[in-house]
Ligand binder design. Structure first.
Ligand code: DX5
Ligand code: ZN
Length: 222
């Protein structure tokens, strides 16, 4: 059983920790290291106090990798840009519940482009906020740090939140991925997996490792 669970765990290194001037090199390295997805943190300087990259970066990354692109949109009014991110090649688009007025409509909009759709919640947002939209989602992304920066400390109360969302997913009986993002390291990853997460985002832990392959294997619990 334990072994079975481990095989289902996917690791999504966050490109926020990559060297932006050597993005292609870093992506090739993540491919050989066994990354399952590339987590792309899009920040607008308004929804979060930091700015990263946008549509063109997704488009250019798409040309050089076969790994799935997991676009985490930390932007206001994400609905304005969903079509362009989808056409740029995002395989998964996640939008923050705090950033949309009508989450169901936004999720449906993502799916209308044949892209997997996920809802994200910030640490201070309660689980009840996503209750109505959950049945329409392919994924839920739990922020275990305040979004904006890599290398922050994991917020311990996220574990209870992951458990709660996992039971909501189980109750629905749907195949909805549960991704966790922020501050995940070798010491806390198992508790995140045990709580019910099946996709683990890791920026600092993967990029600060001397050997990314070993780091990814260790995060998977192998
Ligand atoms: C934070 C981002 C995360 C971040 C994770 O706003 O959404 O994806 O890059 O980085 P670590 O794993 O270093 O906390
Ligand atoms: Zn992220």
């Amino acid at each position: 059983m334990r072994q079975e669970t481990k095989e289902l765990i996917k690791i999504a290194p966050s490109l926020l920790s990559a060297d932006f001037a050597n993005m292609a090199r870093d992506i090739k390295e993540l491919e050989s290291a066994g990354a399952d997805l590339l987590h792309c943190d899009v920040m607008d300087g308004v929804f979060v106090p930091n700015i990263t990259f946008g549509i063109k970066m997704i488009e250019d990354i798409k040309k050089i990798t076969n790994l799935k692109l997991d676009a985490h949109l930390m932007i206001v009014e994400p609905q304005k840009y969903i079509e362009r991110f989808a056409k740029a090649g995002a395989d998964i688009i996640t939008i923050h519940i705090e950033a949309v007025k009508n989450a169901v409509e936004a999720i449906q909009q993502i799916k209308s482009f044949g892209v997997s759709a996920g809802i994200v919640l910030n640490p201070e947002t309660s689980v009840s906020a996503i209750k109505d939209v959950l049945p329409f989602c392919d994924m839920v992304l739990v922020m275990s740090v305040h979004p904006g920066f890599g290398g922050q400390e994991f917020i311990a109360s996220s574990i209870e939140k992951i458990k709660e969302i996992k039971s909501m997913i189980t109750a629905l009986g749907k195949d909805i991925d549960l991704e966790v993002d922020g501050g995940i390291n070798f010491d806390n990853v198992q508790s995140v997996i045990d709580a019910g997460a099946n996709i683990i985002v890791a920026g600092n832990t993967v990029f600060s490792a001397d050997d990314k392959k070993t780091a990814i294997m260790r995060l998977r619990g192998a």
